[in-house]
Ligand binder design. Structure first.
Ligand SMILES: [Zn+2]
Length: 419
């Protein structure tokens, strides 16, 4: 899908076009004169580009600008509801899929609970059906879909759009891009789920305007999206940010990833659940035992149950979250040592306990970096919708990509899209 075009005339035309589109998208509604002033392009060049964009229904004329006298200039606005993007998150519990407009607004979404441990070959069929259903129920022509972004947990070969392996999902070598592009006419982009959430924060959330930050998600697994100099760091094989699997105890228990003593074993949902069970089995005097009596079986122990006990003031339940928070803090200290970020964002379903986990985490960080009070550790701005907005951003980042300028006076535009 990628086209690299060279040659001055064509190149300049594309650069100018990209400039006008981005200007209207980011600052619209604007008059032709104002676009000319912002972009430094001649008024006739702007008018020609605008005429073509109107013809393609990418922008439209809307109202008139206030004017002190003379003819009032017509304003132009980006038509963000004429084309759409699909955003997907594939997780252990199921698939969330969203229909998103070109201004990153979620118009419709659906959740497909999936016993993810099912045959990995089936997942592509489930995805195809989910995409078709969402398109159909919104009465959208498939050619109006600009692209599809997928966030999935595991090692992702981004360029090939392949999930190389995912220990938590139990899958390997799923060729999302190849198969879905054969089925549909739009391009497909794939990245690690935590990276898509990080993209959402980078574009619209707390990470906006911050060059170096790390986004940590805690849930069934623990991951980190690392932003260095404004870009997500993927590593050589798409495995960067596998934060849950840094070793914090070399003699610790065996992890499902094959290593021993991974951070995830000491701070994820699983840790909370096993600690809760241990507490109940030890017959400790805690509200947890009362709550369990209502539910009966040890199998029914959940993070929500422990959280309820903690919120009702149970000290033992509180301690479980605080211990998880301190353990995470140790991991965060290592991240700060390695990457020196300005901001750490923490989110995911695992931090429903909020400050119960975050404060002990901060305490460990402050104890280790007493002179670095400027490091902020705060919750992610986006909730669940962040996964979808971020997945869509995989596409929109390409659509509205600023052209790449190359060295030695040569310039090239690299884009999968041609409006
Ligand atoms: Zn591990």
């Amino acid at each position: 899908m990628d086209n690299i075009r060279r040659g001055n005339k064509q190149l300049i035309k594309e650069l100018n076009r990209a400039l006008v589109i981005n200007t209207i998208l980011n600052y619209g509604p604007l008059s032709r004169t104002r676009i000319s002033e912002i972009t430094d392009l001649g008024l006739s060049t702007v008018s020609n580009i605008v005429a073509d964009l109107i013809k393609k229904e990418l922008i439209y004329e809307t109202g008139e600008e206030e004017s002190s006298g003379g003819r009032r200039p017509i304003l132009l606005e980006f038509n963000c509801n004429d084309r759409f993007v699909l955003g997907l998150k594939i997780g252990l519990d199921g698939i969330i899929i969203g229909l998103i407009n070109l201004k990153s607004k979620i118009l419709d979404k659906n959740f497909i609970p999936s016993p993810v441990k099912q045959d990995e070959k089936m997942i592509l069929g489930v995805l195809i059906k989910a995409i078709q259903e969402l398109i159909n129920r919104n009465h959208i022509m498939p050619e109006k879909i600009v692209g599809c972004g997928i966030g999935v947990s595991g090692f992702v070969h981004q360029k090939e759009g392949v999930l190389v392996s995912s220990k938590i999902l139990g899958w390997k070598d799923i060729r999302f891009k190849e198969i879905l592009e054969k089925k549909f006419s739009f391009p497909v982009f794939v990245d690690k789920d935590v990276n898509t959430l990080t993209l959402a924060e980078k574009r619209f959330g707390a990470g906006k305007k911050i060059k170096n930050f790390i986004c940590i998600t805690i849930g069934k697994g623990i991951g980190a999206g690392i932003v260095i100099n404004g870009d997500i760091y993927h590593g050589s094989y798409g495995g960067a940010g596998d934060f849950g699997h840094i070793v914090v105890d070399k003699d610790g228990p065996l992890c499902y990833c094959g290593k021993r003593g991974c951070l995830e074993l000491f701070s994820s949902d699983q840790f909370i659940i096993s600690k809760t069970k241990e507490t109940i089995l030890n017959n400790e005097n805690t509200l947890l035992r009362v709550l369990l009596k209502e539910e009966n079986s040890l199998d029914s122990v959940s993070v929500e149950m422990t959280l309820e006990a903690a919120q009702r003031g149970d000290v033992i339940a509180k301690n479980i979250f605080q211990e998880a928070g301190r353990n995470l803090g140790v991991g965060v200290v290592n991240l700060i040592t390695l990457f020196d970020p300005e901001l750490i964002l923490v989110g995911g379903e695992g931090i429903k306990a909020g400050e119960l986990i975050l404060q002990p985490m901060r305490d460990v960080v402050i104890n280790n970096f007493p002179h670095r009070k400027e490091i902020r550790i705060i919750p992610l701005q986006f909730g669940e919708d962040g996964w979808l907005i971020g997945a869509a951003e995989l596409v929109l980042g390409e659509v509205f990509k600023t052209p790449i300028f190359k060295s030695k006076g040569k310039v090239a535009i690299k884009s999968a899209f041609h409006w």
